[in-house]
Design a protein around this ligand. Structure first.
Ligand SMILES: *Cc1c(COP(=O)(O)O)cnc(C)c1O
Length: 499
């Protein structure tokens, strides 16, 4: 029988094996994938067309109803075959997704992945290297090594022996930051009020006390307050600073923080999950200056980096710090295997079985270079500046402040006309209304901007779409303003006293 992949839609039995049982790897694996992929991609295209916007309209009830109609839930006793399952469920997934490749899907640090990375991931999935031992990942482990060495150098250009490991994201990287600190006899985490929730959670998980929280101004850690917090703690402390906060994209004053840590002997971990890849841009690199002074750094390439989740990296200035992760398992990294020259991979993660996430990152970097990634970061940051200017000029919106990365934080002005918490309720409802009618996915964040420093709710756009221009967001801003005006009018109708 001919093996040519030229009739991709016609499933053909191979030695009596149904296509649902075909293997992705081995001889003929690429050919078999080429025959199945069209069904998945047809479904994806149809579902995307059916959605027609950034997110399915109708909220959770409509999505649940669509799933029920497709009768695709649960564990069916009998299968329908590969092509039908792929086409139907891919269509369902695409129709029911919040798609960050639509400019109006801009709530979170949720990037539209690059096609080159996704294509690479097909091959990685097919060959399925598992990164816990060399005999499961001979070249994948070398590719990962070269990639992590490169990232470590990007973070620490002047360090003698920096190193980095792949993680599932900022959450796991922050856990590693606190874990390595604890292994070097640090007992007290200290972080800004702007820090990510995963920092406090990591402390909890590691049995460390809850972090000392340092006040922020303008969503940045206040250095004098850090110095005060460290005075009684000194070298017992690990400070977690943030380069790109989740709420606003602000970057802590890293050089000042690093100097305070140096003076007091405290360790420093920088959560640069969002802002770290600004290192790839000549013009933006200075914004994260001081990163190289940290003992460790968290970076996420599933934000700036345009990778599918998961694509986290944890970098350490001193390779020796990572030795704390060393572990022996006779079947994976026996001493005699290691002595005989088989690289020991088990100590390069907290996990055991692990996907070769570095492969698609390496392919992406090979395709674009750090300069190419840097250019995409620059475009997103320039978009944020442009959209911020549009907010400033908008009669119905006010801006929280000029963006430092690619986050634009703003509030409909009518929210300020309402008493008490009614303004925040309106802001929250604007976001939910746009989400439920399928118009836009925008974010929210509470910031201490009230008259007495109390938290107020703001809307945010986290711009990670590298192929848009500020003008592409004008309709979205106008939709926010229009929904806010409608909601304001209905508040006035329901309780005229509020006006
Ligand atoms: C995204 C983010 C995290 C969490 O990272 P995950 O990749 O979601 O685990 C932590 N800190 C900051 C500043 C982030 O932006």
């Amino acid at each position: 029988m001919a093996d040519a992949p030229s009739a991709p839609t016609a499933p053909r039995p191979r030695s009596g094996v149904a296509s649902a049982e075909w293997l992705a790897g081995g001889s003929g694996g690429a050919d078999r994938l080429a025959q199945l992929l069209p069904a998945a991609l047809r479904g994806m295209a149809a579902g995307t067309a059916e959605r027609g916007g950034p997110v399915p309209a109708g909220g959770p009830a409509a999505v649940a109803a669509a799933l029920a109609r497709a009768q695709s839930s649960g564990l069916p006793r009998h299968g329908v075959g590969a092509e039908q399952a792929l086409e139907e469920l891919s269509a369902l997934l695409a129709a029911g997704s919040a798609d960050p490749a639509d400019p109006a899907c801009a709530a979170h640090l949720h990037c539209p992945p690059l096609a080159v990375s996704v294509a690479a991931d097909v091959v990685a999935s097919a060959l399925n290297p598992s990164m816990d031992s060399w005999d499961q990942a001979p070249v994948a482990s070398e590719i990962e090594r070269e990639f992590t060495t490169g990232i470590a150098r990007l973070c620490y250009p002047d360090a003698a022996r920096p190193d980095a490991v792949i993680t599932s994201g900022g959450t796991e990287s922050n856990l590693l930051g606190l874990l390595l600190a604890r292994e070097s006899a640090v007992t007290r985490p200290v972080c800004g009020a702007n820090s990510h929730h995963s920092v406090a959670r990591a402390a909890w998980l590691l049995g460390l006390p809850a972090p000392v929280v340092v006040p922020c101004a303008d969503d940045r850690m206040v250095p004098s307050a850090l110095a005060e917090a460290l005075a009684p703690l000194g070298a017992q402390a690990v400070v977690v600073a943030t380069a790109g906060t989740t709420n606003t994209g602000r970057i802590d004053p890293l050089p000042e923080i690093a100097e305070i840590c140096r003076r007091t002997g405290a360790r420093l971990h920088v959560d640069a999950a969002y802002g770290g890849l600004a290192l790839c841009s000549e013009s933006l690199r200075s914004r994260v200056a001081g990163l190289e002074l940290a003992d460790s750094v968290a970076l996420d390439l599933h934000k700036f980096g345009w990778q599918p989740v998961a694509a986290g990296v944890f970098a350490a200035r001193a390779e020796a710090d990572l030795e704390a992760l060393t572990v022996r398992a006779e079947y994976l990294n026996a001493d005699d295997d290691t002595e005989a020259g088989l690289p020991d991979l088990l100590g390069r993660s907290l996990r055991t079985s692990r996907r070769p996430d570095a492969f698609r990152m390496a392919v992406t970097l090979r395709a674009l270079g750090t300069s190419g990634i840097g250019a995409l970061v620059e475009r997103c940051c320039a978009n944020a500046s442009g959209v911020h200017a549009m907010v400033e000029d908008h009669p119905a919106l006010r801006s929280w402040g000029a963006p430092e990365l690619s986050t634009v934080v703003f509030r409909p002005t009518v929210a300020d006309e309402l008493p008490g918490t009614a303004g925040d309720d309106l802001v929250a409802q604007v976001r939910r209304t746009l989400l439920e009618d399928g118009t836009a996915v925008i974010g929210r964040g509470a910031l201490p901007t009230g008259p007495d420093g109390e938290a107020q709710l703001w809307l945010k756009l986290t711009l990670l779409h590298p192929h848009t221009k500020p003008a592409d967001y004008r309709a979205l801003l106008d939709a926010v303003a229009a929904v806010a005006a409608d909601l304001r009018a209905s508040v006035t109708r329901e309780s005229p006293i509020a006006s």
